[in-house]
Design a protein around this ligand. Sequence first.
Ligand code: FE
Ligand code: FE
Length: 165
Amino acid sequence: MKTKTLDVLFHETLKDIYYAERKILRALPKMARGASSPELQAAFEKHKEETEGHVERLQQVFELLGKPARGKTCPAIDGILEEGEEALQDFADSPALDASLIAAAQAVEHYEIARYGTLVRWAQVMGMKDAVKLLEQTLQEEGVTDEILTQIADGSVNKSALKAA
Ligand code: FE
Ligand code: FE
C-alpha cells in the first residue's frame, strides 16, 4: 500500500531543518569570531540570536504535529558548513576572508530559504495555519539576513578583498 503522504514528508523535512538549525547555531559564533569586519561580526551575532528563535519555532511546529522535536542528520548542511570551516582556515588573515565567510553564510541562508519555502507551502495545503505563521516568520528572517549579507559584501567587503593588504 502507498502510505507515505505529505504529512510524512513534512515531518521528515522538519527533522532535516531542525538538525540544520541546531548545527548552524553552533557554527555562527565561530563565524562571528572569524570575521574581520565589525559589521559582519555583528551580523553573525544578530543572526545567532535569531537562530535560537528558529529552533524554538520548529519545536512549536513539532508540538503542533504531536511529535517529539528530533533532528535527522542532514548531509547537505554538514557539507555547506564544512566548506565554511575550510574557508575560515584557507583564508585566515587574508584580504578575501570576509568575502569567503559571506559566501559560506549565504549558502547556508539559501539552504534554509529553500527548506522553509517548501515547508510553508506544505503546511498551507495541510491546513496547518499556526505552523504556516511560525515557518513564514523564520523564512522572512532568513531572507532579510541574506539581503544584509549582500549589502555588507557590496558595501566594502568585496572591494577590499581585491587587493593584498
Ligand atoms: Fe535559521
Ligand atoms: Fe539563517
